[in-house]
Design a protein around this ligand. Structure first.
Ligand code: FES
Ligand code: FES
Length: 160
């Protein structure tokens, strides 16, 4: 029985160079979770519908369950494991705690990775705009108000 062809990919994951021999059909989410041991990105629906798998690729949010790992070859990937600094939690992680923006936490890594992009976008200023931007990240615990509060809080700080 012929073995399926494999290919070698090399990515920068949270600042660390990762090289792997993969099935060309492997998703970025599976590469991160199973080959890199980064289980922060969650496999919720595996169909691009829940946002739990959100990571950044070259600084832009991406649903890693829909992206082939081969397409991330040569790119920089950031997961929730890569955002805290040496001094401690990222301010957005702290804001989620302060605003009670999670309950079970299953969606939280994806929420935070999306929210980071919302924070960085100066065009998003109103609560309604933030809600719309975050609408692809579902939360079965219904922590939506706390999530938007956390983002708005940091947006307000940035204007001081
Ligand atoms: S697991 Fe990727 S969108 Fe749900
Ligand atoms: S905190 Fe439970 S799904 Fe969002």
């Amino acid at each position: 029985m012929p073995q399926p062809a494999t290919l070698t990919v090399s990515l920068l994951v949270n600042g660390r160079r990762i090289a792997a021999e993969i099935d060309p059909r492997r998703t970025l989410l599976d590469l991160l979770r199973e080959d890199c041991g980064l289980t922060g990105p969650k496999k919720g629906c595996d169909h691009g519908q829940c946002g739990a798998c959100t990571v950044h690729v070259d600084g832009k949010r991406m649903l890693s369950c829909l992206k082939l790992a081969a397409c991330a070859d040569g790119h920089a990937v950031t997961t929730i494991e890569g955002i805290a600094g040496e001094a401690g939690l990222h301010p957005l992680q702290q804001a989620f705690i302060d605003h009670d923006a999670f309950q079970c936490g299953y969606c939280t890594s994806g929420q935070i990775m999306s929210a980071l992009e919302a924070l960085a976008d100066p065009a998003l200023t109103t609560r309604a705009q933030i809600q719309e931007f975050m609408s692809g990240n579902l939360c079965r615990c219904g922590a939506y108000n706390g999530i938007v509060d956390a983002i708005m809080d940091l947006k307000a700080d940035a204007q001081l």
